[in-house]
Design a protein around this ligand. Sequence first.
Ligand code: FE2
Ligand code: FE2
Length: 283
Amino acid sequence: MKQRKIEDILDSVDRLPTLPTIYTKLTNLLQSPNATVKMISNVISEDQAIAVKVLKLVNSAFYSLPQKIGSLKHAIVISGSNQIRNLVLVASTIERFKELNSDSSFNMQRFWEHSIGCAVAARVLAETAYLKNPDDVFTGGLLHDIGKLVHAVYLNEEFTTIIADVNESGLPVIEAERKMLGCDHTYTGRVLATKWNLSQGTVDMIEHHHLSDPSAELTKEIAAVHIGNILCIALDLGSGGEKKVAVAQMKAWKILDIELNNLETIVERIGRLFKESVVILES
Ligand SMILES: [Fe+2]
Ligand SMILES: [Fe+2]
């Protein structure tokens, strides 16, 4: 098969999905110091599918709230506006890509389970390492492989070959992608995240979660997504198409400064939270 230049495809950015307008509206609104809970709630309510998902996320295991939150306004007060914006992003992305189909051998349900697994694992690691922003790390974990989704949907034929190659040769997905496309999903993910105007921290987690560029700065957030990704592959939480479990790089453990004898507790917590969290995939 002739190699296609991914740059050409990415240049036609019109083909890449846009985020629902409510995310952009919300971002603009939150820049205003006069934004009220009512105004934020009104914007989110414009898209009922997203509003319902946001409530589901707030009521999911991440918050361990003592009682169920029934209204958006209550959810905004409890979570704060930055976290609500993250939740709208997560809900919008799931909704956006749900409409799109990949008829390749790539299993979308398993892909989203892998994404949630990584989000949960990265968040648990971020909390264990006392990072300031575990919610942002959760979002980075959820979106880390978004480039694969672009490949699966827009480069369907090539991606089917890539996955077949991975299954046959045991190569990591990024290497099979580079062989076939000349770039991998971290590149495509960065392009999409930049197009969506996501925060630099989120773009970095997406672009560097495989730590494949030794010259890139390693942050604790990237380290959490790197290890979170590998842990959820090892624990078989969903699937991002990998055949083999990679080894988490030691420098990622070092920067997080997590005692390795805490691993058993971490893994147990990830497994439990994952089970309670996949419900957000139900429509
Ligand atoms: Fe990846
Ligand atoms: Fe992954």
